[in-house]
Ligand binder design. Structure first.
Ligand code: AMP
Length: 431
């Protein structure tokens, strides 16, 4: 299918073409016609599937067709993190650049003055995080009574981040008659219940369930003792990878430590996490996107929704206790069909998480042995909340000791660490 088959109005078709999109992604193929018709929609899809355009394009088209003169907020998109909110607004801005609609993003952690001034001028589409939205509502600056379309984005993450009550408060303030679009990467029962309670006979579409990792992402594991992880990271970044890399750290403190070590080794790096101001996070992200900083070290929440074109490498400095996190992390690369690679550092504290992750994704991740820090002596241990081994002893490491890696196990054209030097991407979004 081509975008021209979707009956998009000229200003949107032109903007999409300028983005370099030719074919809709699977979720867009299903969502765009249904949302244009006015149906409620339930999309089980993670970031990287093109879900932002899946709702943004038909919203823009519907609003521009029914554009009334007033500047009341007509579409509300609620999303859990600031980064995601900013990105959604950027996308709406790009797809709607030839339309007379106004959109705005609001989020907490910054002074409200500019956001308030923009709201007072009148906007059609609002992208918001729950806390700041409720704040503005409480101050009488925002009213939701003219909302025609409501999008709940990343509903499962809202739950994880403890926003579910805020979300329910927002929902109570929406008009009964409206179109609702609901997106979630996973559908735990609480989220399913929430979806059932706010959707009216929705069209349901599930793409790339969370347990299936994108096939274009080459995944690998490095066995390494905890104390050697920082050196292994520098080694890989100095010898095997010359591109930009997004590195995931479990903790804020860890993210800072990793960035400091890389800087010491003359590898340009910055860290983003919840303790940094919104401006510092945005600057670090901009530097990374512009190629000024080669390595961005992020915690999961800070990295959620980061949309970086042409990101080819993700490194998991530790594996998360929540296996789904692995899928979200490596989904930062290989976006919308592009090639990408992920490397996971596994020490004794990561072994159980590796096992659970492999169970979730339904496959073994190949182990790369030919690096100076490889160890065969890991013993699975649980970690406490401080990233330290729990007392009470460990468990013998599972019998999945890798066979010595020989070249026949490696993909053709691989580097010493087993990574194929990336080819040009199949498609790139034009800036
Ligand atoms: P999302 O899942 O919304 O975070 O989108 C993932 C990435 O795919 C973003 O970089 C989008 O700009 C890009 N994208 C979305 N739709 C398309 C499309 N139809 N063709 C090419 N790229 C797309």
């Amino acid at each position: 299918m081509n975008f021209t088959d979707l009956n998009l109005i000229e200003p949107i078709a032109k903007a999409i073409q300028e983005q370099g999109y030719t074919n809709p992604t699977p979720i867009q193929e299903r969502s765009i016609p249904e949302i244009l018709k006015g149906s409620d929609f339930l999309g089980c899809a993670q970031t990287g599937t093109g879900k932002t355009a899946a709702f943004a394009i038909p919203i823009l088209q519907n609003l521009s067709k029914n554009k009334t003169k007033n500047n009341h907020i007509k579409a509300l998109i609620l999303t859990p993190t600031r980064e995601l909110a900013i990105q959604i607004e950027e996308n709406i801005n790009a797809y709607g650049k030839y339309l007379p609609l106004k959109q705005l993003v609001i989020f907490g952690g910054v002074k409200q003055g500019n956001q308030e001034a923009a709201l007072r001028k009148g906007i059609d589409i609002l992208v918001a995080t729950p806390g700041r939205l409720l704040d503005f509502i409480a101050q009488g600056i925002i009213s939701l009574k003219n909302i025609e379309i409501f999008v709940l984005d990343e509903a499962d993450r809202m739950l994880d981040m403890g926003f579910v009550h805020d979300v329910k408060r927002v929902i109570k303030l929406l008009p009964q008659r409206r179109q609702t679009l609901f997106f979630s990467a996973t559908m735990p029962s609480e989220i399913q219940k929430l979806a059932d309670s706010i959707l009216n006979n929705p069209v349901k579409v599930e793409v790339t369930p969370v347990s299936s990792t994108a096939e274009t992402i080459k995944q690998s594991v490095y066995f390494v003792d905890k104390e050697n992880k920082l050196d292994l990271l520098s080694h890989i970044l100095e010898n095997d990878i010359s591109d930009s890399v997004l590195v995931f750290s479990r903790t804020k403190h860890g993210a800072d430590k990793i960035a400091r070590k890389l800087q010491k080794d003359n590898i340009s790096a910055e860290a983003i996490h919840g303790n940094k101001s919104q401006n510092a996070r945005q600057n670090a992200l901009n530097n990374f996107k512009a190629g000024k900083t080669r390595i961005l070290v992020a915690t999961d929440i800070a990295a959620r929704g980061i949309d970086i074109d042409e990101l080819k490498y993700v490194i998991n400095f530790e594996l998360s206790d929540v296996s789904e996190t692995y899928v979200h992390r490596i989904g930062r690369t290989g976006r919308a069909g592009a090639e990408g690679s992920s490397i996971s550092f596994v020490d004794s504290l990561d072994l159980l998480n590796l096992r659970n992750t492999e169970k979730l994704i339904g496959k073994k991740i190949p182990i790369i042995k030919d690096h100076p820090f490889h160890t065969d002596n890991l013993v699975a241990q649980k970690r406490d909340s401080n990233n330290k081994p729990m007392s009470g002893g460990g468990e013998r490491r599972p019998q999945r000791s890798p066979k010595p890696q020989n070249n026949s196990n490696k993909p053709a054209g691989s580097t010493p660490t087993g990574f194929k030097k990336p080819k040009n991407k199949n498609f790139t979004r034009k800036k």
